[in-house]
Design a binder for this molecule. Structure first.
Ligand SMILES: Cc1ncc(COP(=O)(O)O)c(C=O)c1O
Length: 399
């Protein structure tokens, strides 16, 4: 006997398979790294992980997690304000703020949670939030949530279009707080937000600028401080949200980095803080160790940049046309979702794990395989992956 829900979703699942858009999970039996052991497939090169600095299995990062397990036990057993804050949370938050150069920071169990907390907690019915069209799903949902909870107004500006943003700000001039939100690095494109222009426009309109730098932290700027460091505007962004689940150890967690007042207000009022357990201490300790390692080894960021440049240049040399850019996110557009999934399947047969993305993750007709490069990839890893791209590209008549 199936219920009404299952009667609806089972044919949909079948349809995903028919359309070639069904996502099959690949199980890994080894830690994340440039090469992993995939169940039933053996060793594959990973080109689709956010482990940008290769820290997720770094000995110092793993040891810090183990030590924290011994020192603090499994977890917080409560939400922050009741009895769920450990000294390791305070140390982590100081390190996050120090890294991105803001006065304070507050950790969350994910960047998704951090993004959802910001507008829904800080805005009111007198305010507006204006969001870039290509912002991450967590920001899109954060705006929806903020509208439902606070009754604030919202608007979306064309991707990176400063004149459209100005027009939207102009139209919202009667709003008390105007919040503008953008990804620092757009995760599906690898494009970098025009931060200096955004800062200027926001200042002109007295708007608060929030940058989700989940793909910029640890990646951009000489020391990996993110998009603001890349543009030489450290300390000029009002609020930065970011993840601890990518370059900074890859485990999980996120943070809001901002003024002390904003972080304090979020501690007092953000629902994910008030009604959900804090980041487990093991994870907090590993993230803290990642930040400390990055602070001592900025050459990791240089290695990442050089690897990304090499891979992009070689792909171009093979005849592929990746989206232009200077980040380690290198997407190759293929059109239909099924084409992206097929390319990804063929690459996997060649021992290279690159995910294909289609609608609704990216706009219809712009499905892609998205390569992500790590500082931990060796030239041999990258060359082997490029040989697979060459073979599959010819097979599919793409090059
Ligand atoms: C731009 C951006 N923001 C937020 C997130 C969510 O990060 P987390 O895994 O920490 O929730 C992601 C993850 O994919 C992301 O790409």
């Amino acid at each position: 006997m199936t219920n009404a829900l299952e009667q609806r979703i089972e044919p949909e699942l079948e349809q995903f398979i028919q359309n070639g858009t069904y996502k099959r999970l690949n199980y890994l039996a080894s830690p994340q790294g440039p090469r992993v052991r995939m169940e039933d497939r053996g060793e594959v090169i990973i080109l689709s992980s956010n482990n940008y600095l290769g820290l997720s299995n770094h000995p110092a990062v793993v040891a810090a997690g183990k030590d924290a397990l011994d020192q603090f036990g499994a977890g917080t057993a409560s939400v922050r304000f009741i009895c769920g804050t450990f000294t390791i949370h305070r140390a982590l938050e100081a390190a996050c703020a120090r890294l991105v150069r803001t006065p304070a920071s507050l950790s969350f169990v994910s960047a998704w949670n951090a993004n959802e907390a910001v507008p829904a907690t800080l805005l009111t019915q007198d305010d507006v939030i204006i969001s870039d069209q290509l912002n991450h799903a967590s920001i899109i949902d954060a705006v929806r949530l903020a509208k439902a909870i606070t009754k604030c107004q919202s608007a979306v500006y064309q991707h990176s279009d400063l004149s459209d943003l100005q027009a939207k700000l102009e139209a919202a001039r009667d709003r008390r707080v105007k919040m503008v939100v953008t990804d620092g690095v757009f995760s599906m494109e690898g494009a970098i937000a025009k931060l200096p222009d955004l800062i200027e426009v926001c200042r002109k309109h007295q708007a608060v600028l929030v940058v989700d730098d989940s793909h910029g932290t640890g990646v951009l700027g000489k020391h990996g401080r993110g998009t603001a460091e890349h543009f030489g505007v450290l300390g000029e962004v009002d609020m930065i949200t970011s993840t601890l689940g990518k370059a900074l150890g890859g485990a999980a967690g996120g943070f809001v980095a901002a003024s002390a007042a904003v972080c304090d207000y979020l501690t007092q009022r953000a629902r994910p803080q008030l009604f959900s357990n804090a980041l487990p201490p093991t994870v907090a300790a590993s993230a803290l160790a990642s930040i400390e390692y990055l602070e001592q080894h900025p050459e990791l960021v240089t290695a990442l940049r050089e690897n990304a440049r090499y891979f992009r240049d070689q792909l171009l040399g093979l005849g592929f046309r990746p989206l232009p850019g200077e980040t380690p996110i290198i997407p190759v557009i293929l059109g239909e979702t099924a084409a992206a999934i097929r390319m990804s399947d063929l690459l996997l047969k060649e021992g290279v794990f690159v995910t294909g993305f289609g609608y609704p993750v990216v706009p219809q007709g712009q499905a892609r395989v998205r390569c992500q490069i790590s500082a931990a990839h060796t030239r041999a890893d990258l060359d082997q992956a490029l040989a697979a791209f060459r073979k599959v590209g010819k097979q599919l008549a793409l090059i």
